[in-house]
Design a protein around this ligand. Structure first.
Ligand SMILES: NC(=O)c1ccc[n+]([C@@H]2O[C@H](COP(=O)([O-])OP(=O)(O)OC[C@H]3O[C@@H](n4cnc5c(N)ncnc54)[C@H](O)[C@@H]3O)[C@@H](O)[C@H]2O)c1
Length: 454
């Protein structure tokens, strides 16, 4: 008898090759050339000119859609970083440390919010109040009080909020959505979802502002809002009850030595987590060159005792359509990626994404669909490296290149979608702190629906 545990995954794939349907090539890349640029470029302003702002929403956006959009103003609390941003983005627009003044003077049509997570709500609400559409980075916010500020402002305004949930646009995740919408495995009953951040990327959250709940709402908001949004979108229902466990037992005070940050650290040679940011010119330009303005240290010590977020988290979610989810997030894994499985009434859909690992990674993504009492089918999709596996470019193409393009998979995230993804994180944090389950309906006036409203 062939024992499953004695064969490798590759051997398993080879031995079931009759069921492999071949490489599925998705050609979803931007087709901006077929939509002519407008006579007047869209007027954009940005608040938060750090890594994400200057890169994906700055230089990269202008490179792909510079015929469609122009920056009329940039705002940041760090005046030095504003100058660095202009250089990195290749723009020469006015800069401001006062957000309201920027909006009043530059009159943008759309404001892009890319500040630290815990500050998004104030800029979103003010921009709406001043008549601007908003594109906000995820997580839309970090607690239910700030969320209420956004929801109230949205109800008073006719302007629109788009939440930049880029993960929905990655072609493999879109394929999973398509298969679930087609009920390929029947009705979904439960989901197993486990995400692994490695000792490089995972550790980096404990070096930066993310290490404090005040700024990130913990990784249950900052990082898991991506994952919770995917779940809400794939399951197509609203979360109803959340029960979670979490702990900080690896980073922070759980170590014998520490310092303020890596550059002057006396334990450089002894610490496996030593990070030399001076090797990266962009990090030096954005952060080291400007730290004398605000004291922000990009290479903070992962063993700092002020860290107050969890480094391991396990979350149970019950949806309004009765789907049950088991989710976990680990932040000190030797490799990076995730494993997800949807259990359905007719079968199961599995996907194992190897994002980063010390051995070679397959050049394709593979979705396994197994029918009850039947065979396994393997769908191989070409993988797009970088750009959040293709998600960033496809999302920007939808927003700027061809906004009228039909959205059959409902990939563009609304303010309600942004809220629901954050509410799972907020509920999980409260559940860990209180020890009991938390109902989503208790947190705001949003009422969970069995079928996610449009
Ligand atoms: N969707 C994604 O895949 C993705 C990836 C990375 C970051 N993000 C999000 O993008 C946002 C920015 O992250 P980042 O990595 O660029 O961080 P960052 O630290 O590089 O940049 C944040 C910027 O906001 C500025 N800032 C902070 N508080 C401010 C305030 N009150 N007023 C004005 N400016 C303020 C800081 O000075 C800094 O320049 C975050 O919300 C983050 O969650 C999303």
């Amino acid at each position: 008898m062939n024992s499953d545990s004695s064969i490798t995954r590759r051997e398993f794939v080879a031995s079931t090759s009759k069921a492999v349907v071949g490489v599925v090539l998705l050609n979803q890349f931007p087709e901006s050339a077929i939509v002519p640029p407008p006579a007047n470029k869209k007027r954009l302003a940005m608040v938060g000119t750090g890594h994400r702002g200057t890169g994906m929403w700055g230089k990269d956006l202008l490179a792909a859609h510079g015929d469609w959009v122009q920056f009329v103003g940039l705002c940041d609390s760090n005046p030095g970083r504003l100058e660095s941003a202009k250089k990195l983005m290749g723009v020469d627009c006015p800069t401001f440390t006062d957000f309201e003044e920027m909006i009043a003077r530059t009159k943008p049509e759309t404001v892009i919010v890319t500040t630290v997570d815990g500050t998004h709500h104030a800029f979103i609400a003010k921009a709406l109040e001043m008549g601007c559409d908003v594109i906000t980075e995820k997580p839309m916010t970090t607690d239910e009080t700030k969320l209420k500020v956004i929801l109230d402002a949205q109800r008073r305004s006719t302007a629109k909020i788009i939440v930049a949930h880029n993960y929905r646009y990655t072609p493999t995740r879109a394929k999973i959505k398509e298969l679930l919408m087609q009920e390929r495995i029947g009705r979904i009953t439960s989901v197993d979802f486990h995400w692994y951040l490695d000792v490089y990327h995972g550790a980096d959250y404990f070096r930066r502002w993310h290490r404090l709940r005040e700024h990130s709402g913990s990784l249950l908001c900052h990082k898991s809002s991506h994952h919770f949004d995917l779940l809400n979108w794939w399951i197509d229902s609203d979360p109803e009850v959340v029960h979670a466990f979490g702990h900080l037992e690896f980073y922070g005070a759980n170590h014998k030595f520490r310092h303020t940050h890596c550059r002057p650290c006396p334990f450089k040679n002894a610490c496996q987590f030593y990070f030399d940011m001076t090797k990266d010119e962009r990090l030096v330009e954005l952060y080291a060159a400007n730290e004398h303005y605000d004291g922000y240290l990009r290479d903070g010590c992962v063993w700092k005792e002020d860290i107050d977020i969890f480094d391991k988290m396990a979350v149970q979610i019950r949806y309004a359509n009765n789907v049950q989810v088991s989710y976990s997030l680990t932040t000190y894994s030797p490799y990076e990626g995730y494993r997800i499985a949807f259990n359905g009434t007719r079968g199961r859909l599995d996907f194992w994404m190897h994002e980063k690992q010390p051995w070679p990674i397959d050049q394709f993504d593979e979705i396994q669909i197994t029918d009850n009492f039947g065979k396994a089918e393997f769908l191989r999709l070409s993988r797009i490296e970088g750009d959040h596996f293709g998600g960033d470019s496809l999302m920007k193409e939808k927003i700027f290149g061809d906004p009228a393009k039909p959205d059959p998979l409902k990939q563009q995230a609304t303010v309600r979608d942004g809220a629901m993804s954050v509410l799972i994180g907020v509920a999980a944090r409260k559940s860990i702190d209180s020890g009991g389950p938390v109902s989503i309906a208790q947190l705001t006036d949003l009422v969970p629906q069995a079928i996610k409203p449009e």
